[in-house]
Design a binder for this molecule. Structure first.
Ligand SMILES: Nc1ncnc2c1ncn2[C@@H]1O[C@H](COP(=O)(O)OP(=O)(O)O)[C@@H](O)[C@H]1O
Ligand SMILES: [Mg+2]
Length: 199
């Protein structure tokens, strides 16, 4: 186990440590494929580090150099995004505790099953009025295990006409289908036309 202060990144910030301790997070596991100094962690991004805390849960800790003062909005939107997003247990200004997903990132040339699951996830987010905001380049923001999860709601917003499906279709270089979907062609029809290209 590692003292939580050791993995506050990229420099120590007392406010982060204090809040984590208030929520009982005092020690974390050196576990994962990403090296952070002497320790291993699950992931590192532009606003947070993700660390295993045991019991199938991780904590995303706000980076001390993040321009965002709080992760509360992100935590709230991610909570709404369940079950497309990993389940959120609790969150504060400096952290989000969520389920650990033992999966891999999205790759180029994914199998059609994964693509369809991803489009369905994108559609569910739209039904929940959530625009993820970073799905045109989905690699890092999608985890694939037995299911497809959309992670990282750092840029997500709530809006009346959220665009996620068209972002995925653009990533797939199917601007034709993106345009059809925008014009109101039903989601199932879009998936059907996409499947034709794979068959
Ligand atoms: N619930 C999770 N389970 C497993 N790995 C995760 C989870 N959440 C994030 N990660 C890993 O941590 C990385 C960074 O998390 P992310 O939320 O994207 O942070 P940032 O907002 O800093 O980009 C992700 O790319 C992913 O590899
Ligand atoms: Mg990220």
């Amino acid at each position: 186990m590692v003292k939580v202060r050791e993995i506050i990144y990229p420099f120590y910030d007392e406010r982060i440590e204090t809040e984590l301790k208030e929520y009982g997070i005092t020690e974390v596991f050196s576990f994962g494929n990403v090296q952070l100094g002497k320790y291993k962690i699950i992931g590192k991004g532009k606003t947070g580090t993700v660390v295993y805390i045991g019991g199938g849960k991780v904590v995303k800790i706000r980076r001390a150099d993040s321009p965002k003062e709080s992760l509360k909005i992100e935590g709230r939107i991610q909570e709404l995004a369940y079950p497309v997003a990993p389940k959120v247990h609790y969150y504060g200004n400096n952290f989000i505790v969520m389920d650990y997903i033992d999966g891999r990132h999205l790759e180029h040339n994914e199998k059609v099953e994964v693509i369809v699951k991803l489009l369905e996830a994108a559609k569910i987010l739209e039904d929940k009025k959530i625009e993820h905001g970073e799905l045109v380049r989905p690699y890092k923001n999608v985890l694939v295990s037995d299911r497809v999860y959309v992670i990282d709601y750092d840029d997500a917003t709530i809006k009346e006409n959220p665009k996620n499906v068209t972002s995925i279709l653009s990533w797939l270089k199917r601007v034709d289908l993106a345009r059809k979907y925008s014009k109101g062609v039903p989601f199932d029809q879009i998936v059907k036309e996409l499947l034709e290209a794979f068959s």
